[in-house]
Design a protein around this ligand. Structure first.
Ligand SMILES: Cc1cc2nc3c(=O)[nH]c(=O)nc-3n(C[C@H](O)[C@H](O)[C@H](O)COP(=O)(O)OP(=O)(O)OC[C@H]3O[C@@H](n4cnc5c(N)ncnc54)[C@H](O)[C@@H]3O)c2cc1C
Length: 503
């Protein structure tokens, strides 16, 4: 049986490995010349930049995935726990978070009376949600609302503040702005903000604060490389620099996808490319699962203005820093309202990855990555991009007390239109559909086409959603759907040979 996977992002690479493991002959067709999708890397002037993800969270999901396809993660790349995990800088505080929760006692107590003990209670609830979602909710296939009402799902969801937002959950523990910032910023990783993302996703905080934040040696590029290598060992063929421009169907089956160079025939097709693009640009209207009205009514995650910067000299920043200026609600509102501008005070993320990995910058230099969430209507003229990045740099200069702008030896910005051009991204969004309650589990776009029986989807648009760990899980859920099992792989196939050692 031949399977064709369209898109070589994390969701596509992981799906290809799963299908190959199931015995399919798999070809991955990727539009760009590099694999990895939003997690590609590039090098310029001695600096190496991971273009997208930088927070390696939920490490057990990666380990589980490699094990499921017959390998061991540690045979491909090592992990380093960062210390400090990250820093949050507000107008009035610099909050350095250590991986050992006990080491944060004095810091948390200084932010709010009883801060540490409230935080430990909060973390217990997040960990309980994490445990339940991992064991009963994330790895199972869903098909619509009905599948979410099964007794086992309802039982697992019991007591999980299903209808509360992260903001509501966090403010039931904390009252200070700083504690709310500290426990709320992870909502942005899920394509929203604390008031739009459901409390159940505070499971991410169990990973951030409970497990710690990891750095995969070599960065996310080495995670992409590991999946590609594992795929190759399982027999997956990769075609890069080939954009799929059409889908051929006969009756209720896809027969082939047409690339701009070749046609790829198969028995089963998995689309990892942005769901909206596949449906709206590649499929005939009568073969689409969703209408124009459906897409128009979706909550789309923000886009991002990113700056990849090479600096001469070192910088007094940690690996991960979240910078919040003023009240972040104004910034979030501009995103929710899809404004073309961004408020004077905005929140952003800065990563000085060369702090943990000197190989990503020339000796004595710093590799700096800035990510500023912006709305999908952000007016991104070159001057506006430049002006916004300059404001973030000014803020970093205030924080570090160092001159930064005059030390820039390389800078490239990336925004909405780049997401559209490079990935066919819906409205130029960075993360696809937000992880709101109405776009969770069975309410995310379905993994199986409603019209074409051998057409599937995987990646961040599908269940469970945004983030590298989630896209790996989506590939395992795809495995369950195709094999008709409730979990993939079945235990019987898990205990076998380690292919990592055979090639
Ligand atoms: C700036 C940024 C920062 C992030 N930070 C983190 C983080 O710190 N930690 C984390 O876990 N997650 C993070 N994420 C989220 C995470 O990177 C994504 O959820 C994940 O990489 C998405 O993978 P995917 O396979 O679903 O999609 P993609 O990576 O978009 O892959 C889809 C692939 O399909 C290809 N494609 C599109 N159209 C076609 C076509 N017609 N023909 C052939 N190929 C096509 C695209 O080129 C792309 O390679 C971040 C994302 C961004 C953008």
């Amino acid at each position: 049986m031949r399977a064709v996977v369209v898109g070589g992002g994390f969701g596509g690479l992981a799906s290809a490995a799963v299908l190959a493991r199931m015995g399919f002959q798999v070809t991955v067709v990727e539009k760009n010349f590099a694999l990895g999708g939003r997690a590609r890397a590039f090098s310029e002037k001695g600096f190496t930049f991971d273009m997208g993800p930088s927070w390696y969270l939920m490490p057990e999901v990666f380990d589980r995935f490699f094990q499921a396809i017959g390998f061991r993660r540690e045979d491909f790349y090592g992990l380093r726990k960062l210390d400090p995990s990250f820093e949050v800088v507000t107008d009035s505080a610099r909050i350095k978070v250590k991986p050992d929760a006990g080491a944060n006692r004095a810091t948390l107590d200084s932010l709010e009376e009883g801060g540490y003990s409230k935080f430990m209670r909060y973390l217990r609830e997040c960990s309980e949600i994490y445990r339940k979602t991992m064991s009963s909710l994330l790895y199972r296939p869903y098909s619509g609302m009905r599948s979410m009402l099964s007794p086992s799902v309802l039982r697992a969801a019991l007591g999980m503040r299903l209808f509360s937002s992260m903001q509501e959950m966090n403010s039931s523990y904390f009252s200070s702005r700083e504690m709310l910032y500290l426990t709320g910023f992870s909502s942005v990783f899920l394509g929203g903000d604390p008031s739009s993302i459901p409390a159940v996703y505070s499971m991410v905080n169990a990973s951030i604060f409970g497990d710690g934040v990891f750095y995969p040696e070599g960065g996310f590029a080495s995670v992409v490389g590991a999946l590609a290598k594992a795929g190759q060992r399982l027999g997956v063929k990769f075609v890069t620099g080939e954009e799929i421009v059409g889908i051929r169907a006969s009756g209720s089956r896809v027969t082939a996808v047409e690339g701009d160079h070749e046609t790829y025939w198969g028995d089963l097709f998995v689309f990892n490319a942005d769901y909206h693009h596949v449906e709206q640009d590649l499929l005939e209207p009568g073969l689409r699962s969703y209408s124009d009205a459906y897409w128009a009514s979706r909550d789309v995650s923000p886009s991002a203005l990113i700056a990849y910067i090479g600096l001469s000299g070192k910088l007094g920043l940690n690996h991960h820093t979240i910078v919040i200026k003023g009240d972040w609600e104004e910034h979030f509102q501009s995103i929710r309202k899809r404004s073309s501008g961004i408020p004077e005070d905005f929140a952003f993320y800065a990563s000085a990855r060369s702090k943990s990995d000197p190989s990503v910058a020339p000796q004595g230099c710093e590799n700096l990555f800035l990510l500023i969430p912006v709305s999908v209507n952000f007016q991104e003229s070159d001057t506006n991009r430049e002006r916004t990045v300059q404001r973030a740099l000014e803020r970093l200069e205030e924080i570090t007390g160092e001159g930064i702008r005059q030390r820039i030896v390389y800078m490239k910005t990336y925004c909405r239109r780049d997401f559209e051009k490079d990935y066919n991204a819906f409205l130029g969004s960075a993360f696809g559909l937000s992880q709101t309650l109405g776009q969770t589990a069975g309410l995310r776009p379905a993994m199986r086409s409603r019209k074409l029986r051998n057409m599937f989807y995987a990646g961040q648009y599908t269940h469970p959603g945004i983030g590298v760990p989630m896209t790996l899980i989506s590939a395992q859920v795809l495995g369950s759907l195709i094999s008709g099992s409730s979990y993939w792989p079945s235990e019987a196939r898990l205990e076998d040979r380690n292919l990592a050692e055979t090639s």
